[in-house]
Design a protein around this ligand. Structure first.
Ligand SMILES: Nc1ncnc2c1ncn2[C@@H]1O[C@H](COP(=O)(O)OP(=O)(O)O)[C@@H](O)[C@H]1O
Ligand SMILES: [Mg+2]
Length: 359
């Protein structure tokens, strides 16, 4: 894949790291796995000695439990608030375990079984009838046939009966293709096949998922980053990388990012760092959102004025992201800026720029 791709999958982005891990990996691995559990853990959490970058920030025991789940015959369900890196983690785990993260089903109200299991090439189907040639494998069938991790994003957005087509693949490890006859009518899962699903707590709950399907998964909750410094460093590193790729030569300013991350945390938690109550926005104020706002702030500064983004750029960007189309959030944001609770140049600049909020 070439440099023009906006976001190559993890196995391409980190191909060199994966190759290095494979070379030095002498530990036992579960059948069908591309790496041992310990090497997969290093891939996700980083290892300075081997030059492996840290990609997911969080509790190492979450990664251990997740990897162990994947080695059992259950699937892994990552649950949490939007923007807590569930999708990223599922991509990284799939790339580590199977060497590929692209067998992905995107869940939604209109997701059908065809998009999950298989469909047909209709020209061939009409000409030749159902055959392995006219069969078009979707991610689930491919993952089973090839022994790979299948990712199921936002599974709870799918209709319940569609979710349930995972039942026999996960319990009996087989997928029936009744249109074919003979041995081809049953696809048996190869070693290495498993499913990583993600679900947002803001969507229809996992509670509605059938009990039978719930039993086929081990659940793990992914929490927002607890520590301020850790979140700040992550936002800085991610925003700097995004800005560089966007052709912005000025790295983000640390003092502006401090304001940004602090404001996001306060508006997310409804509490200032000192413990005073403040308004809590109903929109998503996640780390992922903070990264994308930091990116936008840097773009504004650079492409509009040829300098790094400032706190005033932050106000402009917040209106469209944090407040979205919710007028109440906009009012809360305005109140937050009017309270002028903090000192420091960038905070004053932030307060001064509150007239940039629309309305
Ligand atoms: N704990 C974390 N570790 C690494 N990146 C994180 C973390 N939390 C949030 N992020 C940021 O969020 C982005 C991924 O968000 P995403 O996986 O889409 O979240 P979700 O699927 O939970 O909504 C990452 O690219 C990174 O910028
Ligand atoms: Mg996601």
């Amino acid at each position: 894949m070439n440099e023009h791709v906006q976001r190559p999958p993890a196995e391409i982005r980190y191909a060199a790291e994966l190759a290095r891990l494979r070379e030095s990996d002498t530990d036992a691995r579960p059948p069908g796995w591309a790496l041992s559990l310990r090497a997969a853990r290093r891939f996700v959490l980083g290892d300075e000695k081997l030059g492996i970058s840290r990609k997911f920030v969080g509790d190492p025991s979450l990664i251990d439990r997740s990897l162990v789940s994947l080695a059992t015959n259950r699937g892994l369900m990552l649950v949490g608030e939007p923007g807590t890196a569930k999708s990223l983690l599922s991509e990284l785990l799939a790339a580590a375990v199977s060497g590929t993260s692209t067998l992905t089903i995107q869940g939604g109200a209109a997701t059908t079984e065809d998009q999950i299991k298989y469909s047909w090439n209709y020209a061939l189907l009409v000409a030749e009838g159902p055959s392995t040639r006219s069969l078009v494998a979707a991610p689930l069938l491919r993952g089973m046939a090839e022994g790979k991790v299948v990712r199921f994003e936002e599974i709870t957005r799918c209709p319940l009966e569609v979710q349930d087509c995972l039942l026999s693949p996960l319990s009996d490890r087989v997928l029936a293709v009744p249109e074919l006859s003979g041995p081809e009518s049953m696809v048996f899962a190869k070693e290495g096949f498993t499913v990583i699903a993600t679900a947002n707590t803001r969507d229809r709950g996992v509670n509605e998922m059938s009990a039978a399907l719930k039993r086929r998964f081990n659940f793990e909750t992914v929490f927002p980053i607890a520590d301020f410094e850790t979140e700040l460093l992550l936002v800085e590193a991610e925003a700097a990388a995004l800005l560089k790729r966007s052709g912005v030569e000025a790295p983000p300013r640390r003092d502006v990012l401090e304001v940004l991350v602090t404001a996001f945390r306060e508006l997310r938690e409804g509490q200032t760092a000192r413990g005073d109550a403040t308004d809590r926005l109903s929109g998503v104020m996640s780390t992922a959102e903070a990264v994308s706002v930091a990116h936008a702030v840097g773009l504004r500064g650079w492409f509009l004025r040829g300098e790094p983004g400032t706190a005033a750029d932050l106000v402009s960007c917040l209106a469209g992201t944090a407040a979205k189309d919710n007028p109440e959030d906009l009012a809360k944001l305005r109140r937050y800026l009017e309270q002028r609770r903090r000192h420091g140049d960038q905070w004053q600049a932030l307060y001064e720029a509150r007239h940039l909020l629309p309305g």
